[in-house]
Design a protein around this ligand. Structure first.
Ligand code: PGA
Ligand code: ZN
Length: 426
């Protein structure tokens, strides 16, 4: 029976991501007629400890070409995996890890490695003629599947926008919706209401969008952003259904001595107080990266203080890396991880990160990158590991809606329930 599942070809090429930068796309074919394609995304506010994205340097593509990574797939990886069984994802990923041989995928490039790892999973599902989420769920081994709560990033700041807001992402989470499609409707309605309010107050220049499709108005302070979002939620009548979430991405405004936010310089104790005040004033259910990427201790203090009611999520802190998550578990630095496949470079290692989180009663939020593509893989992933939460940007722009629209299709073809109930409505 190997024949059907035998990988017959592996081919990578350079394509563009949503920022117009080159990225790696890989296609895998199997003897049974299966076909898998995957495109790797790319971050901007990247964590220092992320796996290495191999870029060509030089003058072409402003140094961002990925022809070396593409060549690594076609010349180094392909000959080793053609002829193997696509169903054995772990064996394939360990082959990739061994071929690279570095702790951070620096030799072949995490972009090269991940494109193959994901395309293989898609090819295996295709050969089995089963939906990708079923195949991923079987590999991951969780009994149930659910449709995740979408965390829509409707207002952008930090490195994703040209305004003065220090905080990178202001998200709305329709936890009180009954279904995923209702959540999507609520998110889109509030997004458009926010657009109307921003035009009324600041003119049309205020509704240009940031990298993840959220508006990037000329606001300066955190509370200004939260207030205008609350107003949009109020005008649409969703106060009881929608809660707020922020990705602070604090490393981006940490100077090495203090945090520069809202026109102030704050040490970590003051920033911690800033967060506890915000939590009192606004219905915030999740704070991602509240402190810089090495500050396990301040993370732990905030988690101790508010972690019963608020999800504290480590992104740049953990970089989807089981070793760093283990440190965080020992120090009680958070109660959730952000899961980004390209931070670690293989599906198997991302599964290990998620399992580690679950085994310690932590939550997992599946995430896109600010430079993303039309590839909807993470929608199936979030369903398959039943994590109940996904962030994929605004409910606008093709690379973001690719994920949300895929979830609509999964909702239509399955009986999976919407994961909103896991959040306590207060
Ligand atoms: P990035 O941003 O993709 O630019 O890293 C997303 C995030 O910080 O969560
Ligand atoms: Zn983040």
């Amino acid at each position: 029976m190997l024949d059907r599942y035998e990988i017959t070809s592996v081919k990578a090429r350079q394509v563009l991501d949503s920022r117009g930068n080159p990225t790696v796309e890989c296609e895998i074919r199997t003897r049974g007629g299966g076909f898998g394609r995957a495109i790797v995304p790319s971050g901007k506010s990247t964590g220092k400890h992320e796996a290495v994205e191999l870029r060509d340097g030089g003058l072409d593509w402003n140094g961002k070409g990925v022809s070396k990574a593409v060549k690594n797939v076609n010349d180094v990886i392909a000959p080793k995996i053609v002829g193997t069984d696509c169903r054995n994802q772990e064996a394939l990923d360990y082959t990739l890890i061994a071929l690279d041989g570095t702790p951070n995928k620096a030799k072949l490039g995490a972009n090269a490695v991940l494109s193959v790892s994901l395309a293989n999973a898609v090819a295996a599902a295709s050969t089995k003629d089963t939906p990708l989420y079923y195949h991923l769920n079987a590999l991951f081994g969780k009994p149930e599947m659910t449709l995740p709560v979408p965390f829509f990033n409707i207002l952008n700041g930090g490195e994703h926008a040209g305004n003065k807001l220090a905080i990178q992402e202001f998200m709305i989470a329709p936890i009180g919706a009954k279904t995923f499609s209702e959540a999507l409707k609520m998110g889109a309605e509030v997004y458009h209401e926010l657009r109307n309010i921003l035009i009324e107050r600041y003119g049309r220049g205020a509704v240009n969008v940031g990298d993840e499709g959220g508006f990037a108005p000329p606001l300066k302070k955190t509370r200004d952003a939260l207030d205008v979002i609350m107003e949009a939620i109020h005008r649409q009548g969703y106060e009881s259904e929608i809660r707020l979430s922020i990705d602070v991405a604090a490393s981006t405004f940490w100077t090495g001595k203090y945090y520069k936010i809202d026109g102030k310089r704050m040490k970590s104790e003051r920033l911690l107080k800033f967060y506890t005040d915000l939590i009192e004033e606004y219905p915030i259910i999740n704070i991602e990266d509240p402190f810089h990427e090495e500050d396990f201790d301040s993370f732990a203090m905030l988690t101790e203080r508010v972690g019963k009611d608020v999800q504290i999520t480590g992104d740049d802190l953990f970089v989807t890396n089981p070793r760093r998550i283990e440190q965080g578990i020992v120090k009680k630095s958070a109660n959730a991880i952000l899961l980004k496949l390209n931070q670690i470079g293989t599906l198997t290692e991302a599964f290990q990160a998620a399992r580690l989180a679950y085994d310690n009663d932590w939550y997992v939020m599946v995430s896109h990158r600010s430079g993303d593509t039309e590839d909807p893989f993470i929608a199936d992933l979030a369903v398959a590991i039943s994590c109940g939460e996904i962030k994929a940007g605004a409910p606008a722009r093709g690379e973001r809606t690719a994920k949300y629209n895929r979830l609509l299709r999964i909702e239509e073809e399955t009986e999976f329930s919407y994961a909103g109930k896991r959040w306590v409505l207060k």
